[in-house]
Design a protein around this ligand. Structure first.
Ligand SMILES: NC(=O)C1=CN([C@@H]2O[C@H](COP(=O)(O)OP(=O)(O)OC[C@H]3O[C@@H](n4cnc5c(N)ncnc54)[C@H](OP(=O)(O)O)[C@@H]3O)[C@@H](O)[C@H]2O)C=CC1
Ligand SMILES: O=C(CO)COP(=O)(O)O
Length: 345
């Protein structure tokens, strides 16, 4: 059995800690808020973030040194915006070299880097090749209840990926491996853009037809951008692609869907984010994907439409009208992204 540190005591960090504890591992759940660590240890609950009892193998802590001392793996689950700061703090703390697994779903606006690239850049003595990503259709709320869930792990270091698979796999949490790190990270990040769109569509009162169209045409956009960055197109037809798109676009558990739903009902972005009180990664990822699509001239009409709603105050109904009135075309013409011929060599 291993000692594992989970960094980030939000919904997903807490749910992943429960999986690890169920597997017999000793878990230190790190939060940057002292009072939260004290409350978790006193009540065995993490009330704001997850409706689940916390097993006693999980000890919450506020000191990063105490969390990572002696562990054989670190699972990073802080929001994208906090990854660099946490890595910097880790550099002042880590004296050994545990396996690093991340389960954060985002792309950094500005640098347009994936999370493993950001970690590889910031963390002394690690390259992005050393990092493992864990992604797939997995709402924390269901994982916390031990409902059947499947995810995929990937790393350019296959031994690290196999170790992560062994660490997490159990009878209700099935873990596959993949050799497509880029596809895993991009699938998990980009589906949040489409989930915001699906929430807006539902908030506007549109039906299942519109949502099915968003998911399908959204998948084409994700694949187009993903393949241009070196992902395997088939990954987007698997758990980290279609799987995560379905779960996020169709579930009330999804923070991105819920935020979109409020936007579709007419609320402003600032109000919505205040109200959510949890991270809505799709907002920053829309910024990043929009920037990339423009720079690389990749056609991403849904992402562009969403960007104008989020950052240019455009009305959701007007954006839908614009999307529905684009030039006539053949459906499969622009899904060439699914062909591996279009991958960069
Ligand atoms: N929830 C889910 O079902 C899933 C989430 N994910 C991904 O996991 C990541 C985390 O999401 P989730 O757990 O849902 O988010 P939550 O909003 O539930 O939790 C985020 C946690 O990170 C903390 N945090 C924020 N900023 C910092 C910082 N600078 N340093 C340390 N901790 C910080 C927050 O603290 P505070 O709130 O006090 O600021 C909070 O405890 C996201 O990338 C998300 O996409 C992936 C799969 C499933
Ligand atoms: O990534 C998720 C499920 O796989 C969770 O999505 P949300 O962040 O939208 O809740």
């Amino acid at each position: 059995m291993s000692k594992v540190a989970v960094l980030g005591a939000g919904s997903w960090g807490t749910a992943l800690s429960i999986v690890l504890a169920d597997n017999g591992h000793s878990v230190r759940l790190w939060t940057y808020r002292k009072e939260q660590a004290e409350a978790i240890n006193a009540t065995y609950r993490n009330e704001k973030y997850l409706d689940a009892d916390i097993p006693e193998q999980i000890k919450a802590c506020h000191e990063l040194k105490q969390a990572v001392d002696d562990v054989s793996a670190i699972v990073m689950v802080v929001p994208t915006k906090a990854i660099r700061d946490v890595c910097k703090e880790l550099n002042n703390t880590l004296t050994h070299r545990p396996t690093i697994i991340h389960a954060t779903k985002g792309i950094e606006p500005g640098s347009l880097k994936r999370i493993s690239q950001v970690i590889g850049e910031e963390l002394a003595r690690y390259d992005s090749e050393d990092i493992v990503v864990l992604s797939g259709p997995s709402h924390a709320e269901e994982v916390g209840k031990r409902l059947p869930t499947t995810v995929t792990v990937s790393s350019l270091n296959t031994q690290h990926a196999a170790y992560a698979q062994d660490l997490f796999i159990n009878e209700s949490f099935r873990v596959y491996t993949s050799d497509d790190m880029i596809g895993l990270e991009l699938g998990g990040a980009l589906k949040n853009i489409i989930a915001l769109g699906a929430g807006i569509s539902d908030g506007l009162g549109y039906g299942d037809n519109a949502k099915a169209a968003l998911i399908t045409r959204g998948l084409a956009e994700i694949a187009r951008l993903g393949v241009s960055l070196g992902a395997n197109p088939l990954t987007f037809l698997g758990l980290p692609g279609v799987g995560d798109l379905i779960v996020t676009c169709t579930s009330h558990h999804s923070r991105n869907w819920r935020a979109g739903n409020l936007l579709g009902r007419g609320q402003k972005l600032d109000e919505v984010l205040d109200q959510m009180g949890m991270v809505v990664e799709g907002v920053r990822t829309t910024q990043a994907a929009y920037q990339f699509a423009r720079e690389q001239q990749i056609e991403m009409p849904i992402t562009e439409g969403l960007y104008t709603i989020l950052f240019e105050d455009k009305q959701p109904g007007d954006v839908v009208e614009q999307l529905m009135n684009r030039n006539k075309r053949e459906e499969m013409n622009d899904i060439s992204a699914f062909s591996s011929d279009s991958r960069p060599q």
